[in-house]
Ligand binder design. Structure first.
Ligand code: HAM
Length: 428
């Protein structure tokens, strides 16, 4: 049909936009509680910003083209490279650690499916300039507090965390070479969605020996801190590689958030730039893709030509979160209800209604009136249809008395109220 939005793109009808605004408001509120400042960047960026460091998967999904000035450009598929560039440009002047958040709209040419569209809004919270695992715990706590703010408990959502340094040490001990590691990470990332045989085939193509392939699956199956510590303790060069993971986990326990957190080495993240702790938040029923994903990317700022600063962050999408809210029937009160609908009894009452409407709006009261004069019944019907709490009726008699009749449209009760009272806090 002509006039439809492109596949994977959304029209936001008012009730849908109300949900989006509710999600954004909750994100902003939690970010504020954590002392994060909001920033933004351009939606269109040089193509090479992503081809350099984001990894193949995202590069294949780019909306890219040559602009009229013959520049290769792309709609932003993620925010992290933009953030890295922005921080790099002002790194000297900014007080570290930088705690910034943003809610960009992102574009990826994905195969459209439930929870996966070609545009989405993504909360990004990042900390730059802090290597301590307390920073990792801080961001994970923010993720959990966001879902708690939406009313979810540990029975409904779980944060799964891992560490690329741990994965690296274990995989190398299982005989994988540095060159084979990207293939191993890709296989681990898909280990819950793709059959083992298919993944083994890909690993074989990457040159992995049978023993190494078994090793990849053994690593992906590790769960819980004790088992992870035992595994790293048993490999050469394993000493200390799980310290950051242990420390971040202990911090989350101290915050009282342990019930939300699992150590799970099948978490590796699809993006190429992660270097340390990585995490994803899932619904426990696992019917949806990850609500959120993030981790530490200590090398990215330097790699993009900027300063050498440790960095970490996460992205949480509005689409999957919206699905989760719908699935658990988490309703919310849509704001912006009309306080009053003004009714003019006769044509002569229209001008006084306009005056009163304006004076009320100046005082912050939400009011509307019929944009063409009609009989009272029609105006009252419109008032109800618009969801107004009250009708304020102005006729010749009320004008004479400097008053109006206020009808409570739910209770059906009426009272005569002086204009002075209407204008001084009656609607508060
Ligand atoms: P990501 O895992 O690609 O990470 O995306 C994060 C979240 O955004 C996902 O968990 C999902 O909820 C949502 N999302 C991603 N793609 C789509 C899509 N096509 N449709 C709907 N939702 C989607 C990143 O983008 C990293 N840059 C996050 C980050 C920030 N890491 C550090 N700082």
């Amino acid at each position: 049909m002509q006039g439809q939005a492109l596949p994977g793109f959304r029209d936001f009808f008012p009730e849908e936009l109300a949900l989006r605004n509710h999600i954004f408001a909750t994100w902003r509120e939690v970010a504020r509680r954590y002392g994060f400042q909001e920033y933004d960047g351009p939606p269109l960026e040089p193509l090479e910003l992503y081809t350099q460091k984001s990894g193949d998967e995202i590069v294949q999904q780019l909306y890219s083209f040559r602009d009229r000035g013959d520049r290769e450009v792309a709609l932003r598929p993620e925010m992290t490279p933009t953030l890295a560039r922005m921080v790099g440009a002002r790194a000297q002047a900014l007080k570290k650690p930088i705690r910034w958040f943003s809610i960009p709209q992102l574009f990826r040419y994905e195969r459209q499916q439930r929870g996966r569209l070609r545009e989405h809004f993504q909360l990004n919270m990042d900390i730059i300039g802090e290597a301590s695992p307390l920073a990792d715990a801080e961001l994970i706590a923010a993720v959990i507090d966001i879902v708690r703010a939406f009313g979810f408990g540990p029975g409904e959502v779980q944060l799964r965390m891992s560490d690329r340094r741990v994965l690296h040490a274990l995989l190398v001990a299982h005989g994988l070479t540095e060159a084979q590691l990207p293939a191993a990470y890709a296989a681990i990332d898909k280990s819950e969605r793709v059959p083992r045989e298919a993944l083994a085939e890909q690993l074989e193509k990457a040159g992995c020996a049978a023993r190494a392939i078994d090793g990849v699956f053994a690593v992906a199956a590790l769960r819980g801190l004790p088992d992870v510590l035992r595994a790293v303790g048993a490999v050469p060069g394993g000493r200390g590689v799980a310290d950051a993971l242990s420390e971040a986990h202990a911090a989350l326990v101290a915050m009282g958030l342990a019930a939300f957190v699992q150590i799970d080495l099948s978490i590796v993240r699809g993006l190429a730039y992660y270097t340390g702790i990585v995490f994803e938040l899932f619904d426990t029923a696992k019917t949806l893709r990850a609500v959120c994903g993030g981790g530490r990317y200590d090398g990215l700022l330097k790699a993009l030509g900027g300063v050498d600063l440790p960095a970490l962050g996460f992205g949480m999408g509005d689409v999957v979160l919206g699905e989760l809210l719908r699935e658990h029937k988490r309703s919310f009160e849509a704001p912006g209800q009309l306080d009053a609908f003004l009714v003019a009894v006769s044509g002569d009452d229209v001008a006084p209604v306009l005056k009163l409407a304006h004076e009320l709006r100046d005082r912050g009261v939400a009011v509307e009136y019929g944009l063409r004069h009609a009989v009272i019944r029609k105006q009252l019907e419109l008032a109800v249809a618009r969801g107004a709490a009250r009708a304020v009726i102005v006729g010749p008699e009320e004008r004479q008395a400097q008053a109006a009749v206020v009808r409570d449209l739910k209770a059906g009760t009426e009272e005569k109220v002086p204009l002075t009272r209407l204008l001084s806090g009656f609607f508060r």
